[in-house]
Structure formats: C-alpha cells, structure tokens
Design a protein around this ligand. Structure first.
Ligand code: IPE
Ligand code: MG
Length: 214
C-alpha cells in the first residue's frame, strides 16, 4: 500500500493525513472485495524495514492501526470477513498485540473473504523463521518450508499489485510470488479504488499461466 506520503505531499498536507486516507482506501476496498468473490486479500501495512521511519510516524501508524480495528472490526465480523496476520506482530506494543488477538479471535469462525494484514512483515524474515521451524521437524524441502510460512493457511498467491509507480517487491511475499502475476500501477494508495482492483483482476484473468510448463 505505497504512496501515502506522496499523496499528502502533492496536497501540501502532513504525511499522517496520507496514511489516514490510506486507511479509508482499505475500508472501501474491503467492503468491495466481499462482493467480488475474492477468497483472500493480503495488505502490506507495516514492513520489518518500516522501523527505520521516524518515531512519530511509527506511532501515528500504530495509532491508525488501533483505531482501524476498533472502528471496523464489528463490520468485518458481521460480514463474514476472517482476519489473518502475517509477520511477527508480537513485536508490537502489548496493547496493539492484544487488540490484534481479539480481532483474530472474533473473526476466526468466519468463512467469507480472508483479509490478511502484513504487520512487521518481511519475506526474508518469514522464510528464515519458516526454515528454522522446518529444520526442527525434519528435512528441509520447498514443501516443508512452505508449510511453515506465515501464509500457510492462505490460498496460493495469484496476483500481486504494487501501487505508486514503484517497480519492486520490497520484501513482500518473495516466496509466494514465484509464479504470481504482477501488476504495477501509478495510482497512489489513498486513490486506489475498487475499480482499480477490478482493472487489475481483468488483466489477470486474461493472462496465460504456465508455471514453467508449456
Ligand atoms: C505507505 O506509504 C506505506 C506504509 C508504510 C504505511 P508511504 O508512507 O511509503 O508513502 P510514500 O512512499 O512516501 O509516498
Ligand atoms: Mg513508500
């Protein structure tokens, strides 16, 4: 979900306003995907590298996360959304961890769209943690690592969207992206609307996937 800062700068607004508008984009999208038949949507909210940001920005992001859970959890729970977290979210402050765990517990029995949120997530960290667990259980293979990834309970990654004109993966779902289709858009995250997702899904549907076969 990239481009919040640039969205704000273009309007001469504080960065945090960009992040706030980014949360509104999330809300719009989650409402829309419930009707799009998507099995799962994963949002990259906070990376293992985002700790390098100034303390006040990190605090603002944590505040937004808490407020988002408090304001939107009822709606998600009522609409069958199942929340998942990927990443080492237990490194967050205890009050944030507690809120996250309440939200996970409240939506665990739901069977609609899975909303996975990547928090303190980095693919390299995820793979290292998965490999450690796999090694403790037996031989390391692609399958035994995959079974230990944070995404083990999510469906395979089909389509990966990067907003804001950057053309890189930035440590997101590196393992899972092996055969994912990629979609890059100039749209800044706060402007990312359900119609943009539909555009990416239409392009995805037209692609031929061969997974190395022919
Ligand atoms: C949001 O966008 C990413 C988060 C960590 C929430 P940015 O804050 O990276 O926005 P830009 O890249 O400065 O535009
Ligand atoms: Mg950025």
């Amino acid at each position: 979900m990239d481009g919040n800062g640039r969205w704000a700068r273009q309007r001469r607004l504080p960065r945090v306003i960009g992040h706030q508008r980014g949360v509104e984009a999330v809300r719009r999208l989650v409402r829309a995907v419930r009707h799009m038949g998507l099995e799962a949507l994963t949002l990259y909210a906070f990376s293992t590298e985002n700790w390098r940001r100034p303390e006040d920005e990190i605090a603002a992001l944590m505040g937004l996360l808490k407020r988002f859970i408090l304001s939107d959890l009822d709606e998600f729970a009522a609409n069958g959304v199942r929340l998942r977290i990927i990443g080492d979210y237990k490194a967050f402050a205890p009050d944030v961890v507690e809120l996250i765990e309440q939200a996970l517990a409240r939506t665990a029995g739901n069977s609609g769209t899975t909303l996975a949120v990547a928090l303190n997530y980095g693919a390299q960290d995820e793979i290292a943690r998965a490999a450690t667990r796999a090694a403790a259980k037996g031989p390391i293979t692609a399958e035994t690592i995959a079974a230990e990834l944070d995404t083990a309970e999510l469906p395979p990654l089909d389509l990966l969207i990067r907003t804001s004109g950057e053309v890189r993966l930035s440590n997101f779902l590196l393992w899972q992206a092996a055969y994912a289709e990629l979609w890059f858009t100039e749209v800044l995250w706060p402007d990312f609307a359900p119609a943009h997702l539909e555009e990416a899904l239409a392009a995805f549907a037209a692609r031929e996937r061969r997974y190395g076969g022919r």
